[in-house]
Design a protein around this ligand. Structure first.
Ligand code: F6R
Length: 363
């Protein structure tokens, strides 16, 4: 049932405010400190977290590395399951291993989990399907509460994974004394604003559609971001290539001049994820480097960012203002919509992209 939508993907994108609010209600304490679900993890018992997943789920891990390290001051390693499982990585009981999987059945992720059994301090998984193998074989499985995701391209599962990971990062920060009570509350407040900001981000779909109509004419697209928006740039490129079949790559903005800038010309639009945050001016200078070489910028920012850095850009998408470290969750929305509408323009099968399966149960 697509609930009046043309595709499951658009239905699932639209469901995000509701499922995110639901997930956050479960995992973040209210002002009286009550949780509906206590995660049941003692983050003081571990020296590091190793996160393992595939595809979009691994990019959710990558985004959350910024939160766990900056907010909770706990080192995080991220790896894709197909590499992790054969590398024989050293583990010990001071290591928490965390697996993220929508389906809970991804073969490489499951094999990586089995490798860790008996070697790590805790095997924690974050899944959508609680009746899955990965959930069953973990010491502790936490649901993302996204509801069934039918579209092959992951959308609401990705943002719900991020919401749960953000809530866990805040829990880790409190337990480890990395933030004081006031800072913890301020961050919790920012996280709880995310569903409302996602609603606002959904409302700018007409802008995103207009940009997509132009983007659909190109064969190559670059995505740039800094900080937690860097892994989101990787996700933007993955989403665009998997459903529109346009070649796309994501880079950290600061890496541009170490190679990819050689590709820049008027035939390769560059999508820049640029909330007006502490890194904004650096991102603007990266945009200027692109424009100076004839590159076309699609700038996704807020009103302040557009006013300060929007001169000369090819296309602009104006987002609501999002303060704090969780902007990556809100910016996932235009990234998803850009892929969706570009794919519609090109007439590809959005819900069933060629060669892809929803659950990858073979290696
Ligand atoms: C991309 C996508 C895939 C999955 C990956 C892992 O949109 O959906 O990259 O994220 O196959 O799947 P799960 O989360 O089920 O382990």
């Amino acid at each position: 049932d697509k609930a009046g939508h043309r595709h499951y993907m658009s239905k699932e994108i639209a469901e995000q405010p509701g499922v995110l609010a639901n997930a956050l209600k479960y995992y973040t304490a209210d002002r009286e400190g009550r949780h509906l679900i206590e995660a049941g993890v003692d983050f003081t018992a571990y020296d590091r977290i190793v996160m393992v997943a595939c595809g979009t789920a691994s990019l959710a891990c990558f985004v959350s590395k910024y939160w766990f390290e900056q907010i909770a001051r706990i080192p995080v390693e991220i790896d894709i399951a197909s590499e992790f499982r054969y590398r024989e990585p050293p583990l010990n009981t001071r290591t928490l291993v965390l697996f993220v999987s929508q389906s809970g059945e991804t073969a490489d992720t499951l094999a990586a989990l089995r490798y860790c059994t008996g070697k790590a301090g805790l095997i924690l998984s974050i899944v959508n399907a609680m009746e899955s193998s990965i959930a069953r074989e973990s010491d502790l499985a936490l649901p993302i509460l996204a509801g069934p995701e039918i579209g092959v391209a992951s959308t609401k599962a990705f943002t719900c994974q991020l919401a749960v990971l953000a809530a866990l990062a805040l829990q880790a920060a409190r337990q480890r004394g990395a933030v004081d009570a006031a800072a913890a509350q301020a961050l919790t407040d920012q996280l709880q604003q995310v569903p409302g900001q996602v609603t606002q981000a959904l409302a700018i779909a007409p802008q995103v559609r207009a940009v997509s109509a132009r983007l659909a004419r190109y064969d190559d697209v670059l995505f740039l971001g800094r900080g937690a928006l860097y892994p989101l740039a990787l996700e933007g490129a993955l989403k665009l290539k998997e459903i529109s079949y346009i070649h796309a790559e994501g880079y950290a903005s600061g890496e541009l001049k170490h190679g990819p800038i050689a590709l820049i010309d008027e035939e390769m639009p560059v999508v820049v994820l640029a909330p007006h945050d502490a890194m904004f001016d650096k991102t603007v200078s990266n945009m200027q480097e692109v424009m100076a070489r004839g590159g076309k910028i699609v700038m996704i920012s807020d009103a302040r960012g557009a006013a300060r850095g929007g001169a000369g850009v090819w296309q602009q998408i104006e987002m609501p203002a999002v303060d704090g470290p969780f902007a990556a969750i809100v910016y996932a929305v235009p990234v998803q919509q850009l892929a969706y509408h570009t794919a519609l323009e090109r007439g590809t099968d959005v819900d069933q992209p060629r060669n892809l399966a929803k659950s990858v149960t073979v290696e």
